[in-house]
Structures are given as structure tokens and as C-alpha cells.
Design a protein around this ligand. Structure first.
Ligand SMILES: [Zn+2]
Length: 262
């Protein structure tokens, strides 16, 4: 209780600190989606970035020399998912490990339905429940941030997994506000997941990346990418899914400037 109060005061102080100009320029250059946010949301985001950078430990791997540019570019994207709600800033996450580029993970890999595959696998990003770390490739993280409309963003994807873990499982259900919301989330995302599986089997195009057909956890991460990066299309073609995500994220990206419907 005392610690909780101490923590929230410390965070308040961090949010109130002046935001460094250099960081602002980095975000303008590397995370252009932030320019589309209403200005009050931008201010809230900058506050979250201050807390995030003070609390999370960043580590360079594979010879990567960490810079403020790398930290700020990743933090700004991660914090986009935290706007407009009570947040404990990814409480299960301690460290963000950044590789210069796609990195290879040796060993066994779960490829779904209890099937494991031997061999090396190339990754752009990775996180796991009970690992307290999140791994990213810097080049993909930067490209994903700068390419604002392609529906692919590895940072949003991996941090969406963290929100999912906060729900207690790895099932594509982050903590929700009410019983009603859990029921409609299960109904809507369940049906959309089945539809994406079907589309991926037949090769039918979708706003949602095919990777979301892997399992419900990947579906939520992929849907999050589309929600922020292809919001108008998602709202038009998957209105119920868009509405669930809008309620969860307390944001309406299709209404942001520069995101008007096609
Ligand atoms: Zn994933």
C-alpha cells in the first residue's frame, strides 16, 4: 500500500518532467503515427514515455550499442497501447533486449497445436509469459514505426502480447473491464479468428496478417497492429472487431487526422 503510493507519486513526478527536445524530435522522425494523435494524447504519451524509460531496463545484444534514439523509438510505440486508462506500465516486463537486426534463436520451437520443431528460427521480435523480457530487432522496430500504414509493427505486436499476459494466460484476452466485455470479446474475437483461419486456408486476402491465424494470442497481436496502422480498413471490413479494440484501447485511430476512411 505504502509502496503503491510511493510508486504512483514517483510516476506522477516523472510524467510531469519536461520532455527533452531531442526525444521529441526522435519521435517526430521515427514514430510518425504520434503526429496523428490529438494533442492531449501526445502529451499523455510523452508522460508515459518518461515513466517507461525510467522503469524498464534496455539491453543491447548482438553488438548493438544502445542509444536514446533506440530507447525512445521503442518506448513511444509501446506507450501508444497504454493511453487513456489506468496502467501499471507492463508490470510483467523488466527488460527489453535489442538486436541490430533479425536474430536467430537456436533450438526447439513451438509451431502450434503442441507440435515442436527442431532447428534455428529467425525472429524480428519475441516475448513470452513468465520471461519478463521482450526481444526486438532494431531495424524491424524502426521500419515498423516509420511505415505507418502497412499494418505491420513488431513493437506494437510484442507489447500487445504483454497486455495479453496480464490477463493471466496466453489466449488473446487482456484484462477487460467487465463481464459483458469479456463475453463480447470472446464472441467477436473468436468468430474473427475462425474467419481468419478460413481465409488463410483459402488464400483470401484480409486486412489482418495471416500470422494471426496461428492461435488466439497471435490473432490479438496482429489485430492490434491492424487497429493502429490500418484502422479505416479494419473498421470498414471488421466493424465488430474494430469496436472491441476501440473499447479496450480507449482510442479511435480511424478518427485520427490522416486516417480518414478510404
Ligand atoms: Zn506474436
Amino acid at each position: 500500500m505504502v509502496f503503491g503510493l510511493f510508486k504512483s507519486r514517483r510516476r506522477e513526478r516523472l510524467r510531469a518532467q519536461p520532455f527533452p527536445d531531442e526525444w521529441r524530435r526522435t519521435i517526430e522522425r521515427n514514430v510518425p503515427i504520434v503526429r496523428r494523435l490529438p494533442s492531449a494524447d501526445q502529451a499523455e504519451l510523452f508522460g508515459h514515455v518518461q515513466v517507461f524509460l525510467a522503469e524498464k531496463h534496455f539491453e543491447g545484444a548482438g553488438g548493438l550499442e544502445l542509444t536514446d534514439e533506440i530507447r525512445v523509438t521503442i518506448a513511444a510505440q509501446a506507450c501508444l497501447l497504454l493511453l487513456h486508462r489506468e496502467t501499471d506500465y507492463y508490470p510483467l516486463l523488466t527488460s527489453i533486449i535489442v538486436y541490430p537486426s533479425t536474430y536467430v534463436v537456436p533450438g526447439e520451437h513451438h509451431i502450434g497445436d503442441g507440435i515442436w520443431e527442431e532447428g534455428d528460427e529467425a525472429h524480428l521480435g519475441h516475448t513470452q509469459q513468465n520471461l519478463s523480457a521482450l526481444v526486438l530487432a532494431w531495424d524491424s522496430s524502426l521500419h515498423g514505426a516509420r511505415a505507418i500504414d502497412d499494418g505491420e509493427n513488431v513493437v506494437l505486436h510484442e507489447f500487445a502480447h504483454q497486455l495479453d499476459f496480464e490477463g493471466g494466460g496466453v489466449d488473446g484476452t487482456p484484462p477487460l473491464g467487465s463481464r459483458r466485455q469479456y463475453a463480447s470479446w470472446a464472441r467477436v474475437l473468436g468468430a474473427e479468428y475462425v474467419a481468419l483461419r478460413r481465409a488463410s486456408e483459402t488464400g483470401a486476402p484480409s486486412v489482418l496478417d495471416e500470422y494471426g491465424a496461428e492461435n488466439p494470442a497471435e490473432f490479438f497481436a496482429v489485430a492490434t497492429e491492424a487497429f493502429f496502422e490500418r484502422p479505416a480498413e479494419l473498421r470498414e471490413r471488421h466493424p465488430a472487431l474494430y469496436a472491441e479494440l476501440r473499447e479496450f484501447y480507449h482510442q479511435d485511430p480511424a478518427a485520427w487526422s490522416g486516417n480518414s476512411p478510404a
